[in-house]
Design a protein around this ligand. Sequence first.
Ligand code: NAP
Ligand code: MG
Length: 462
Amino acid sequence: MKAHDGMYIDGAWRPAAGRDTIAVVNPVDEQVIAEVPAGTVEDVDAAVRAARAALPAWAATAPAERAARIAALRDVLVARKDEIAESVTAELGAPLPFSQAVHAGVPILVAGSYAELAASYAFEEKVGNSTVYAEPVGVVGAITPWNYPLHQIVAKVAPALAAGCTVVLKPAEDTPLTAQLFAEAVHEAGVPAGVFNLVTGLGPVAGQALAEHEGVDLVSFTGSTAVGRRIGATAGAAVKRVALELGGKSANVILPSADLAKAVGVGVANVMGNSGQTCSAWTRMLVHTSQYDEAVALAAEAAAKYGDRIGPLVNAKQHARVRGYIEKGVAQGARLVAGGPEAPREQGYYVSPTVFADVTPEMTIAQEEIFGPVVSLIRYEDEDDALRIANGTVYGLAGAVWAGDEAEAVAFARRMDTGQVDINGGRFNPLAPFGGYKQSGVGRELGSHGLAEYLQTKSLQF
Ligand code: NAP
Ligand code: MG
């Protein structure tokens, strides 16, 4: 794979300050496919200075001009979508059709949505005798994870640019090649120098330097709750804006009136997609006691059918972590009905699609984010019991409700402590706000709510 040996700062690829590199590994065969520079405090500082210098001019551009640049960026992503899919497949291990449809496809939709929003958003509003202006927050430090490498980047950079902010991105160490490709796309789209900057590197070095930098006005972070908590604390101490998109342990609630086979089938597919490395995955399937055995059989069958179509996990650490969780589930008395802790292949970070039955709500596998292809079936007695279980974790990112009647599903969904719920398999909507209740995070991404995160208001009274 082609890799840049520098950082994209102030509109050009520039030599890194240090000589350390990060090896990029293909999780399918565990081979090193590229090296990228490991950024230091100096690289981050240079990138933040460039972003700060570019801010006044970019913040002052007409929204229509920013919209045009984002539309051009969308067009470059469209033109290079095969390359993007190949890059994600090489460094994340996702099967190519999934990379094409989701890893390349979704960012194109999101970039397109922000090209439109930048042009149509009301950046100015009259309230009584006041005019209220929505102005850019300033320089954004964006820190992204590896699970949806390009989506996580575009979900931050596109609204930041639409708002008139400038950006420094520190992508995940496991997936820097897709981030470099994105920087090339920004360049090709004619975004002015310094408006977008990329520093590859390690979280505790480059990520931390970015989160702590005085020249950053807003830190937008997606990743683990442990790191998010620290970033939130640092931002709080500096009285700096922060957006945190953290973990999840979402419930898929199947009410007795639902189409059971469909709900179980879609539910298993939801978890297995991207090898379970999805923060909003419905990893707990809640089934009424009268339908429990049937649901277990259907889920085991659906998981077994996945077989070879599932990709590996991203790295050796996640591989060990997920297998450890499966062992813990067995040790705590859950019943394996598909998959298990054994590695299904000799090479690559693979885990078999795994289904646990007889999971009780307090078990570790029902409480903690596993981030692998593991779904837990939990039995409930009645609706109140289902609600208690659904709401009974520290997380609140997503969820699903299935019922024969939409109104019944909506009534249940309104009682869930979670940021988004799919009703009877509702489709992904790139304009719907995405984000967490409780410890799943602070703030929202996507659509106009995502844009508002990058704006601050000024009111003038007349
Ligand atoms: P992570 O460490 O939180 O990584 C997220 C991003 O933060 C990466 O760019 C990471 O850099 C960076 N980072 C790490 N430590 C940092 C620090 N001290 N200061 C600033 N930035 C820092 O997550 P992970 O280690 O990749 O995955 C661990 C677990 O997090 C997963 O098992 C999963 O449960 C959860 N996770 C959740 C999401 C989500 O979408 N909510 C996504 C990924 C992971 P490096 O890449 O160099 O670590
Ligand atoms: Mg990490």
